[in-house]
Design a protein around this ligand. Structure first.
Ligand code: XCC
Ligand code: SF4
Length: 676
């Protein structure tokens, strides 16, 4: 019935062409399948609905009811004075800057509020108010405690003794939670940045005071008639973005590691082919690993496995979409079902017995797609519900976490028998190695006796590795799914640039098989290939979810500390990229990369093109303040080439530009020379 109705609504002349929509064959098959079943997806809507030209340029203001005021840049550009203004007189620069930093506020709020939820669960665990969660990684707890000024030893009779772990945990939890709203001072983690970066922030007046305050202040400043100087607006955007990267996101990552374990490399698989026809398939989607950790634990209990078998299934297959997927991948090896743009397609396989969602990047249309199948769509977070009637809300609470998780799994198992005949799971999937972090890179690429990141630095200095790129971010239905991600990454590794990835770029790379050590011989330049083969790592290191971009900041800091490559992140031969971004979170991430000294290129579009003066400020002037700056490049190969050009510029400034041309001694000879 639902299918018949849907097909009537679908105009066949306005459907997405599967091959133009995505480079991924599994997704192409499922888009085709959707058309056969008369089910509309985001790919079709991208064909029928064009984006607004003025909004795209960043110059539509609706901050008061005298507007919306729309200030498009004429096709021919503007010669001479730019007279465009809103009713209140707001210039294109003011409007675009206000919109831009409101995006930062949205993104920083999303990451940081996620971090706050984790901090609250951490507090419950520290106070032993919950059975389900406890401190899993004591070493990590001890490593972060000093940043909060929490002592890890106590003096007893003149001797320094180890302090009680529970005491440390409670104090860290209190101090951490305080970061969102403390009345005085600045964020505790800022001093983890290289000293010279911290000084730049201080000099420019952008040290965040507390996380919430910086976000609130953006909303205030962008209200009609407050801050009307794009430079001053961006200054607050910078402060909030730093509060995200070096605050909310970093806290989320650290506290998740303490609670659930710090990731170490492990093997898994990726793409829709991880779904199993004869298993109960539960897909976990969203961002917060608090519930999904419990689902992973519950699904492994013999009680649940036996229950699944009693209902005719061979077992329970968990898989994930978006960053919740990356979280349970990096800690448990749970396979990735797909990227942001595959969430509808996963349901269209007909094999998804339940999709469990928490927060962020969950398209409302999955409820409509789920209604065409037997799939139970379960929302779990009090702040993220859906209006459609087929959506079930099971609110998750850390105090009865295990029961909630079991209830959800049972619902999925009971639903297994309701599957229709229309199951079609694409075979496509790829092996991957994921779960890299600051600690495991140190282990794999570090040298034990010369300081932590020594071997990595040495390989950068000798030119085997040309530089480091952070390639991250979303998919965007306005551009061919995964094409930009994969083209940018391949171009970088071909040119000996090692790639650190997170988010949906990580998933895209996994689906394409770029996260295996074997990839090195196929796609990498000779220098990077040699390093990867020697150490046994992939040329693309998956570092987790979007809040885990904080891991990239800390890895870059470790590289600075290891020496030989300058004094600040902005001195390093590094660059950042989000080839297919779409979310406000991506803007916040991009901006804290820039404010941390990284040249950062976005693909698709940027909402700054309608305000050329403001755009120039982001693309050029910020470099003088922080060492990093924005750029926009739609063509993926040019996009990567711009990053490489920046990396080469930094190599030249460091005086290591010519080492790349030399005949390189191999590692064994080098060691001999050094020990001689
Ligand atoms: Fe969402 Fe994090 Fe973007 Fe993917 S990368 S579409 S934000 S899931 Ni974060
Ligand atoms: Fe128009 Fe100014 Fe109101 Fe924006 S704040 S909608 S530019 S009048």
């Amino acid at each position: 019935m639902a299918e018949e109705k849907a097909s009537k609504d679908l105009r066949t002349d306005k459907l997405a062409d599967p091959v133009s929509a995505t480079i991924d064959e599994a997704s192409q098959l499922m888009i085709q399948r959707a058309h056969e079943l008369g089910i509309e997806t985001v790919f079709d809507r991208a064909v029928t609905m064009k984006p607004c030209n003025i909004g795209t340029q960043g110059t539509c203001c609706k901050n008061c009811a005298m507007g919306p005021c729309r200030l498009p840049l004429p096709k021919s550009g503007i010669e001479g004075k730019d007279d465009r203004k809103g009713l209140c007189g707001a210039t294109p620069n003011t409007i675009a800057a206000r919109n831009f930093i409101r995006m930062i506020a949205g993104g920083a709020a999303a990451h940081s509020d996620h971090g706050r939820c984790v901090a609250e669960v951490f507090m419950s665990a520290a106070r032993k108010e919950t059975e389900a969660y406890r401190i899993k990684d004591v070493d990590k707890l001890l490593s972060i405690a000093p940043h909060f000024d929490v002592a890890i030893t106590v003096e007893v009779d003149g001797k320094q003794l180890d302090r009680d772990i529970d005491e440390i945990a409670v104090e860290v939890a209190e101090k951490a939670l305080n970061e969102w709203g403390k009345a005085e001072g600045e964020l505790c983690y800022l001093k983890r940045a290289p000293a010279s970066l911290y000084e730049k922030w201080k000099k420019n007046g952008v040290l965040p005071r507390n996380i919430d305050r910086e976000i609130v202040e953006i909303m205030h400043r962008t209200h009609i008639g407050v801050d009307q100087d794009y430079k001053n607006l961006i200054k607050q955007g910078t402060r909030a973005a730093i509060a995200d990267g070096w605050g909310g996101s970093m806290l989320a990552t650290d506290l998740q590691d303490v609670l659930f374990g710090t990731p170490y490399p492990l093997q898994s698989e990726a793409n829709l082919g991880v779904l199993k026809e004869d298993h109960v398939n539960i897909i976990i989607h969203g961002h917060e690993p608090v519930l999904s950790e419990m689902i992973v634990a519950a699904a492994q209990t013999s009680e649940m496995v036996e229950y699944a078998k009693s209902k005719g299934a061979k077992g329970i297959q968990l898989s994930g979409i978006c960053c919740t997927a990356n979280e349970i991948l990096q800690r448990h090896g749970v396979p990735l079902c797909g990227t942001f743009l595959q969430q509808e397609l996963a349901i269209i396989t007909g094999a998804c017995d339940a999709m469990v969602v928490d927060i962020q990047c969950i398209m409302q249309n999955i409820a409509n797609v789920a209604a065409c199948f037997h799939t139970k769509l379960i929302t779990t977070h009090p702040i993220a519900k859906m209006e459609q009637e087929n959506v079930i809300h099971i609110e998750f609470d850390e105090h009865h976490a295990m029961e909630d998780a079991k209830r959800i799994i049972k619902l999925a198992i009971d639903n297994f028998k309701n599957r229709g005949a229309e199951v079609m799971i694409p075979k496509h999937k790829h092996l991957q190695i994921a779960g890299f972090g600051v600690e495991s890179i140190e282990y794999h690429l570090g040298g034990t006796f010369r300081g932590s990141y020594y071997t990595l630095n040495d390989n950068i200095i000798n030119g085997r590795i040309r530089g480091i790129a952070g390639v991250v971010g979303c998919n965007n239905a306005r551009t061919r799914h995964n094409e930009g991600h994969i083209a940018v990454v391949k171009e970088l590794i071909k040119n000996d640039v090692i790639v650190l990835t997170t988010g949906c770029n990580g998933i895209a790379c996994a689906m394409e098989g770029l996260l295996t050590p074997e990839t090195a011989a196929v796609f990498c330049g000779p220098g990077l290939a040699e390093v990867c083969e020697t150490v046994g790592i992939p040329p693309v290191l998956h570092m987790g979810s979007c809040v885990d971009n904080s891991r990239i900041l800390l890895a870059a800091t470790k590289v600075v500390e290891a020496g030989g490559l300058g004094n600040d992140i902005s001195d390093l031969p590094v660059a950042g990229s989000a080839p297919e971004w779409m979310s406000e979170k991506a803007i916040s991430i991009g901006h804290y990369f820039v404010a941390s000294g990284v040249y950062t290129v976005f693909g698709v579009t940027l909402p700054t093109t309608g305000a050329p003066v403001f755009q120039k400020y982001l693309f050029e002037d910020l470099e003088k303040m922080y060492g990093g700056m924005w750029d926009l490049e739609v063509d993926p190969v040019k996009h990567a080439q711009k990053m490489i050009a920046h990396i080469d510029k930094k190599r030249k400034a460091l005086g290591i530009d010519r080492t790349r041309e030399r005949v390189l001694v191999d590692m064994a000879t080098r060691r001999e020379l050094e020990t001689a």
